[in-house]
Design a protein around this ligand. Structure first.
Ligand code: PLP
Length: 819
């Protein structure tokens, strides 16, 4: 039973003999490795840190700088150290070369790992979801070499896309296999090749069969340099039907698995937002219910208020009536008082008369009697008046009582009014509270909607769909491993945060024998791997898997893409503008590919200007495109600077309705006319490894059934000339064959010993071992005449070409002269 860590070493017994005793002692079996939390561990990084921190060590081992002690001043400057600080006396200052270690005890062996390297590889497998992961120190190139060597034996066929990376061709040389080329889909609009369609793969299988070749593996690129992700699930299904493993060059796609994870995080965020939305809805409902209750109360209060107003009016009316009545009573009283007064005066007058009469009494009692009678009458009148007066006074008291009652009622009404006022104020306060709550809920809803929109666009981006314009297509699994590939090589240094050269190879399933992969890597990789590179792989994996790592890069890419789409004269490759898409299953959200043909510039010129004027350093330029890579280290400021730079470029060069702008829609014309002022600078300094595609379109078997026009026949003849069937010599034979330098004019019919790649379009036109036809030579010279360049040739002017020596050529089965 194999240990799950060192699968090739039953019982954890090390296979290598060197230093085996100490290895056995230091080997920890990671069989109990916790898969779920594996991504959080960085066993190799930890071990390198621990070993490098042992400052008491007296290093009698390689490397010779002895943990950074012996350094040239220039190297000190490069590492940010004081000159001389590497010496043992000043160990306080941390020196990165402290960790530039060799295979010391506890640090394992890359070629046959059983300790921390095995653990780091296992953590890699758990993080990426593979069955086995290998750490590479010679780039993804080594991964591709090993993948082919582990799956294809000499003489067997490897189906591979014509736009593969140089390392795939080198792998054919190493494995001694026969390449059967798959024609990638051409995007004429942007002058690039995308991926291989399932139909093209099927055609490749048929081609191999016709040539009597046994297909041992298929190798495709996904994503391409331009961010196009292949339809890996369909390609894998076609391979697996035939029992053939699918190898994927995912040099540019090490991050895609994490974007899938990011999508899962976004899905969780979406759920959280949905939950908050439901909460808000509930709050709205509660508020509406409260609102109804408040409304009913409000109506009731208004009714009460109306009734009170009516009562008030009625009282007021009564008060006015009673006041008028009181006033008339007062007048009557006055009249009566006046009458009383007059009566009193009359009484006085009578009394005086009585007195006079009394005086006159004596004059006659007759008169007295009469007068007494008069007096009696008057007294009766006075009594009557007195009674009337008393009655009036009673009436007045009654009235006063009424007025007091009314006043009491009035006060009561006033009190009720005050109470109502108070209730109204309370209600108003509650209404204000409801309004505040409504505002708050609206604000929350708006925030929620914004968050939902933001989430949606992030989800679109994370799904590999361009934010601006219509997506070409989408895919749920951009990562090749998740999509079913058998062997996947990744340049972790390109798209994760690993150091340059650090890469990984992953395998899954039973179609690939992991022991063959390890054996190939033992041949291909150095026996002194850099522990800095290895530790950086462990760290980059953990960093990539850490939640939140991809938020900023995705935001940067989204903002940049949206901004670029709005700049006149620019066309985004992923902005729904791709010229073809049958081979594309999705797009890398972190790749920005800008077509500048609409500005009347070549991609080379634009890239050079951006760097010189705005310090924006693109990854790659082609005749029409500028390719920009967003990675875990990208920040928003980069996107802002990029947009500013492109905006300035557009202002300088964009002339609406100009011929240049029109040529953006007709890229072939644009490319031919495009001025490549500095073609050497135009191709990125590291472009040796960036030779990508050539696009001689090949006739497929399906096409053969279609009726064709004369023009089409002509085109097909040209294509046939460009690819006159199987190569006369295998890449390996061509690589080892004696060569000869001859003038281009004399090269027709000879076998090329060099790889010739014209820019544009940047796809190898001829691989070593392939025939140089008249048509091929004409295409090469036409490229130079149009201002383009041909890379790969020993003589860049193409006045001479390197070909397989004549004698050697005639020994080949197809080695007759061609013209
Ligand atoms: C598509 C593709 N595959 C493979 C490689 C090789 O990767 P590395 O440089 O890590 O060896 C590259 C490098 O540019 C590439 O673009």
């Amino acid at each position: 039973m194999n240990c799950s860590t060192c699968w090739h070493s039953p019982g954890c017994v090390p296979v290598a003999s060197r230093n085996s005793l100490s290895r056995r002692k230091t080997h920890k079996c990671y069989a109990s490795f916790n898969q779920k939390d594996a991504w959080q561990s960085a066993p190799l990084l930890d071990a390198v840190l621990e070993r490098g921190n042992r400052l008491q060590d007296k290093p009698f081992h390689v490397p010779g700088h002895k943990r950074g002690r012996a350094l040239d001043p220039g190297m000190c400057q490069l590492l940010g150290l004081q000159p001389g600080s590497g010496s043992s006396s000043s160990q306080q200052q941390r020196n990165p070369l402290q960790y530039d270690l060799t295979e010391l005890a506890g640090l394992d062996y890359l070629s046959s790992p059983i300790g921390v390297i095995a653990a780091a590889q296992q953590a890699g497998a758990a993080t990426f979801g593979s069955d086995h992961t290998w750490l590479l120190v010679n780039g993804c190139s080594a991964g591709i070499h090993a993948a082919v060597m582990a799956t294809v034996r000499p003489g067997q066929a490897l189906l591979l896309a014509r736009n593969c990376h140089l390392s795939a061709f080198a792998a054919c040389v190493l494995a001694g296999c026969r390449p059967v080329w798959l024609q990638p889909e051409e995007d004429a609009l942007h002058g690039v090749a995308h991926c291989v369609t399932p139909q093209q793969l099927e055609a490749g299988f048929r081609d191999a069969q016709q040539q009597g070749l046994e297909v041992a593996a298929v190798l495709v690129v996904s994503p391409t340099y331009y961010g196009a992700v292949a339809r890996v699930p369909e390609l894998a299904a076609l391979c697996h039907e035939r029992g053939v493993p699918l190898l994927v060059d995912e040099a540019h796609g090490g991050h895609l698995a994490f974007l899938q994870q990011h999508r899962e995080e976004l899905r969780q965020q979406e759920e959280e937002l949905r939950r908050r939305e439901e909460e808000l809805e509930q709050q709205w409902k509660d508020l509406e219910q409260h609102g109804e209750e408040y409304g009913q109360q409000h109506e009731k209060l208004e009714q009460q208020q109306e009734e009170l107003r009516q009562q008030e009016e009625e009282l007021w009316r009564q008060q006015v009536d009673s006041q008028m009545y009181q006033r008339s009573l007062q007048q009557q009283l006055k009249v009566l008082q006046q009458q009383q007064k007059e009566l009193t005066q009359q009484q006085e007058h009578l009394a005086r008369q009585q007195e006079e009469l009394l005086q006159q009494q004596e004059e006659g009692w007759q008169q007295q009697k009469g007068l007494q009678q008069q007096q009696k009458g008057l007294q009766q009148q006075q009594k009557g008046l007195q009674q009337q007066l008393e009655g009036l006074q009673q009436q007045q008291e009654g009235l006063q009582q009424q007025i007091d009652d009314l006043r009491g009622q009035w006060n009561g009404v006033e009190q009720q009014q005050q109470d109502l006022q108070q209730e109204q104020e309370d209600l108003q306060q509650e209404q204000d509270g409801v309004a505040n709550q409504t505002d708050y809920l609206i604000l929350q809803q708006e925030t929620l909607q914004e968050q939902q929109a933001d989430l949606h666009s992030r989800q679109q981006v994370a799904a590999g769909q361009p934010a601006a314009g219509q997506p070409c297509s989408s895919s749920s699994s951009l990562s090749a491993l998740a999509a079913g590939a058998d062997l996947v090589a990744q340049s972790s240094h390109k798209v994760l945060s690993a150091m340059t050269q650090a890469a990984m190879l992953h395998s899954q399933g039973s179609r690939v024998d992991p022991a063959r992969v390890s054996k190939a890597l033992q041949v291909l990789q150095t026996s002194s791997p850099s522990y800095l590179l290895l530790a950086s792989l462990d760290a980059a994996r953990r960093h990539a898997a850490t939640p939140g790592t991809w938020d900023t890069p995705l935001a940067v890419a989204t903002a940049a893409r949206a901004g670029l789409a709005a700049i006149p004269g620019l066309l985004l490759l992923q902005g729904g503008s791709c010229g073809s898409e049958a081979s594309v299953g999705g797009w890398d959200p972190l790749r920005l590919v800008v077509n500048v043909a609409g500005l009347g510039l070549s991609g080379f010129d634009a890239a050079q200007w951006l760097e010189e004027q705005h310090s924006i350093v693109p990854e790659l330029a082609t005749a029409q495109l500028v390719v920009l890579v967003v990675g875990p280290g990208s920040v928003m400021g980069d996107a802002e600077a990029l947009l500013h730079g492109f905006d300035q470029l557009s202002k300088l060069h964009h002339a609406p309705h100009s011929a240049a702008a029109a040529s953006a829609q007709q890229p072939d014309a644009g490319v031919a006319a495009g001025s490549i002022q500095n073609s050497t600078a135009a191709i990125h300094s590291s472009s040796k490894s960036k030779i990508n595609m050539s696009l001689p379109v090949k006739q497929t078997a399906d096409d053969e059934d279609q009726p064709i026009s004369q023009q089409q026949q002509q085109q097909q003849q040209q294509q046939h000339d460009a690819h006159p069937g199987p190569s006369p010599m295998s890449p390996r034979d061509a690589f080892f064959a004696p060569t000869q330098t001859i003038p281009l004019a004399a090269a027709a019919g000879r076998i090329s010993a060099e790889l010739l790649c014209p820019y544009p379009p940047g796809v190898p036109l001829v691989f070593p071992g392939e025939l140089l036809t008249q048509h091929v030579l004409a295409q090469l010279t036409a490229t130079l005449a149009a201002g383009g360049v041909v890379t790969g040739a020993a003589n860049a002017t193409l006045q001479t070409l390197l070909v397989v020596a004549e004698q050697q050529q005639q020994q080949q089965p197809g080695g007759q002269q061609h013209s």
